[in-house]
Design a protein around this ligand. Structure first.
Ligand code: MN
Length: 193
């Protein structure tokens, strides 16, 4: 069963003016679909991996019986699929605040504003393409950090709770080189906080 592009729960125009419709459409139908197509091409070569979830594959990446080229392709494209699937699921036109998450963040970071500042700094200072994350680590504690490329926190046994795509393809049409403005705008479309 090959991996498929998840449908969005909202229209491409729904995040305007914070994220423009053209960026959303290209990001979803071209970039995310591109990762899935390349991910499926790897899985096709290893029938024994068929049917395993993307989370399972990334968590066990280092143990998988793939040659180096295919493992890198799985890391990049499987990460791309998992990361974008999470990304679409936590943004939208309407708030659906998760009170338990807000409470845990407040407990561990002192305040929601403190957390947002740390997260925005991680996102703004990631050199080149990558992601900023809020994760639950192996002890269940929250951590904020960034990863390069499409690397997923799942690869180090962390559960990603929030992820912000800071690849230029996520913001360049509207914000050009102004990544901090995109990060600031993103809080408006994040539904869960
Ligand atoms: Mn992206």
């Amino acid at each position: 069963m090959p991996f498929e592009l998840p449908e969005l729960a909202f229209d491409y125009t729904a995040l305007e003016p914070h994220i423009d419709a053209q960026t959303m459409e290209i990001h979803h139908t071209k970039h995310h679909q591109g990762y899935i197509t390349k991910l499926n091409a790897v899985i096709e070569k290893y029938p024994e991996l068929d049917g395993r979830s993307i989370e399972d594959l990334l968590e066990h990446l280092s143990d998988l019986p793939l040659d180096d080229v295919d493992k890198t392709a799985l890391r990049n494209n499987g990460g791309g699929h998992a990361n974008h699937s999470l990304f679409w699921s936590i943004i939208g036109p309407e708030k659906k605040v998760q009170d338990d998450l807000v409470e845990k963040i407040t407990e561990e970071f002192g305040s929601l504003d403190n957390f947002k500042e740390q997260f925005a700094t991680a996102a703004a200072t990631q050199f080149g393409s990558g992601w900023a994350w809020l994760v639950s680590d192996k002890n269940g504690a929250l951590q904020v950090y960034a990863t390069p490329n499409q690397d997923s926190p799942l690869m180090q046994g962390h559960k990603p709770l929030l992820g912000l795509d800071v690849w230029e393809h996520a913001y360049y049409l509207k914000y050009q080189n102004r990544r901090p403005e995109y990060i600031e705008a993103w809080w408006n479309v994040l539904t869960v906080l």
